[in-house]
Design a protein. Structure first.
Length: 61
């Protein structure tokens, strides 16, 4: 697999954004409040990762 740096960053960003959506959806479908909070925390962490990846992408353009 020979991907350019910008392709890798874009793929990583899309994967991370998908995890944010997934964790937020999971938090809506579980009844346990602690588990809901856990999923929301995971989504927030992934959001931070997405912002950092976006900063790298922005530096390339």
């Amino acid at each position: 697999m020979d991907m350019k740096q910008d392709d890798l960053l874009k793929k990583a960003l899309l994967d991370t954004q998908e995890r944010v959506r997934d964790y937020m959806n999971y938090s809506r479908y579980v009844e346990d409040e602690k588990l809901q909070r856990c999923f929301r925390d995971f989504a927030e962490t992934e959001g931070k990762h997405a912002r950092k990846l976006q900063q790298f992408i922005d530096r390339l353009t």
